[in-house]
Design a protein around this ligand. Structure first.
Ligand SMILES: C[S@@+](CC[C@H](N)C(=O)[O-])C[C@H]1O[C@@H](n2cnc3c(N)ncnc32)[C@H](O)[C@@H]1O
Length: 275
């Protein structure tokens, strides 16, 4: 299956602040895979993805879920994996796996084409995620499943009054401000359940996971990759000083440091036959 694209260049027509071209990206993708793949795969298994399914993996990043799907759907199935910048997807090799550079916010999708559409931590990076959700639903075959997994980073914050190790990092606040300046909805994960129901999907459910991340953990390695990549916009935007950022990076390796992760919501539903 071919997608129409405008040959989008990385960063073109996009609000995405964590460009895959940056040197921190492999650490981010490894951490996301280590922290979240197990539950993602559990959700995919629960809905019954199997041989012959036609799947779309949106914003596939490092490709671990696309590779899993390709193995799962087998030779009679097909997986189309897209990304604004697919450089980490291009090495994936499977006869039923197709990689496409595609901007989900602005480029078309085929209608009624997929048994499954999955995205993880993609729509939360888009200024108008509702519009994208409408197009994802239209791209489902009748009876097809949409699974979207997204952070809510607004509803729970570190609080040293709970545990002294829960230090509120200035870099975390800087990241929140930068996201809000770009018009991003930091509660998107939490909003998903209501949005999927409002769009007329059936069998809608949602489940959330969060962790306590300690200094030196895979979770704080994800934070480090984000903060280091955003060094320049943090400083240029006046969100944090160089010294404050360096202090936070030291905290991320401190054995006493702890932080609740953002809440990862997984929401899913299926397109009814008549929609
Ligand atoms: C935080 S990463 C998540 C990667 C992967 N889904 C995961 O959970 O491991 C976000 C990914 O979405 C891609 N992305 C961001 N904006 C996009 C857009 N408008 N269209 C397609 N992909 C996009 C990025 O390039 C990046 O690979």
């Amino acid at each position: 299956m071919k997608l129409e694209t405008n040959n989008t260049q990385p960063g073109a027509d996009s609000a995405y602040i964590l460009d895959n071209a940056a040197r921190e990206t492999p650490v981010r993708f490894d951490a996301l895979s280590a922290i979240y793949d197990r539950a993602t795969i559990q959700h995919l298994e629960n809905i019954g993805v199997g041989p012959g399914w036609k799947c779309l993996e949106v914003g596939g990043g490092g490709g671990s879920i696309a590779a899993w799907l390709a193995a799962r759907v087998g030779s009679t199935g097909h997986v189309l994996v897209t990304d604004l910048d697919p450089r980490f997807l291009e090495p994936l090799q499977a006869p039923n796996l197709e990689v496409c550079r595609h901007n989900i916010a602005s480029e078309p999708l085929p209608e009624a084409a997929f048994d499954l559409i999955h995205a993880r931590l993609v729509l939360v990076h888009l200024p108008k995620p509702e519009k994208v959700l409408v197009r994802l639903v239209a791209a489902l075959k009748p009876g097809g499943y949409l699974i979207d997994e997204e952070f809510d980073s607004a509803s729970l914050r570190s609080d040293p009054a709970v545990s002294p190790g829960e230090i509120q990092l200035k870099s975390q606040i800087a990241l929140f401000r930068l996201s809000e300046e770009r018009g991003l909805e930091r509660r998107w994960g939490r909003l998903l359940y209501g949005r999927l129901r409002a769009l007329g999907l059936v069998d809608v459910s949602a489940e959330a996971r969060l962790f306590m991340w300690h200094g030196g953990s895979v979770g704080t390695s994800l934070m480090r990759a984000n903060f280091e990549q955003l060094h320049d916009p943090f400083i240029a935007g006046g969100h944090i000083t160089e010294q404050e950022l360096q202090q936070d990076l030291v905290q991320l390796d401190s054995p006493d440091f702890m932080m609740p992760s953002p809440t990862m919501w997984t929401a899913w539903g299926r397109r009814p036959p008549a929609l």
